[in-house]
Design a protein around this ligand. Sequence first.
Ligand SMILES: C[S@@+](CC[C@H](N)C(=O)[O-])C[C@H]1O[C@@H](n2cnc3c(N)ncnc32)[C@H](O)[C@@H]1O
Length: 242
Amino acid sequence: MEATNLLYRDPALYDLLQSDSTGAEMCQALIESHRPDARTLVDFGCGTGRDLEILAKCFECIGVDLQPGMVDYAHQARPGLDVRIGDMRTVRLGKRMDVVTCIGNSLAYVHDNNEISQVFATFAAHARPDAPLVLCSPVAPITRSEPNTATVDTPRGPATVTIRHEWDLRTQINTMHRHWVLPSGDEARDEIRRRVLFPRELERCANDAGFEILDMTDGRGAGPIGPTAYPLARYMSSVIQG
Ligand SMILES: C[S@@+](CC[C@H](N)C(=O)[O-])C[C@H]1O[C@@H](n2cnc3c(N)ncnc32)[C@H](O)[C@@H]1O
């Protein structure tokens, strides 16, 4: 993954380009609607800790991410946060939290059905009874194939990025191809492959791990959902094994 996403090689730029995202606020509103008494939170696939920093104003947080480069950057940029290297398919922190989150499309980077089930098992292993699970994930593909060009401001000047999407129904992977023209004039290409889990598939994965889906809204807190949704689930206490 590190090799294919330009922004993962430059976490500071990743942070800058995501700075207008409202994912953490959306997540917080969903948590408050279900568990206003929640105190502890674990975020899987926390990246640079950008959202975690906002959530940490309300909760005692732990963040987990697969990529050492993102975690190193989080430690430097946000030294007050507890961010750890870990793979959400397998990591076990040895504690259950009031809230589990996996936002910013992190779940979509796990493509294989069995591995997605493993991730939901990880969510379950860290959830206290009745804990909300908040996701932000693609639930429908972007099928528009015409490229779209935008200018983005970077610390070194304006860059342009041309984005084209590709949808493979067989694998349910939506690939975003990006062509960057950097302020130096250098060009770079990267691609981001995200697995789409349609709403009923997501519901099945959640149910199998002991969660029930309570709600599935779009980023503005209303329907209709798609291509990205914020599913809110609840961990059913009766299934806790130990
Ligand atoms: C698009 S970024 C989102 C980061 C953060 N949640 C945000 O919204 O800014 C996706 C993140 O998921 C992480 N990731 C992908 N697969 C993972 C896995 N198996 N375990 C933990 N983190 C993973 C990547 O390293 C990356 O930092």
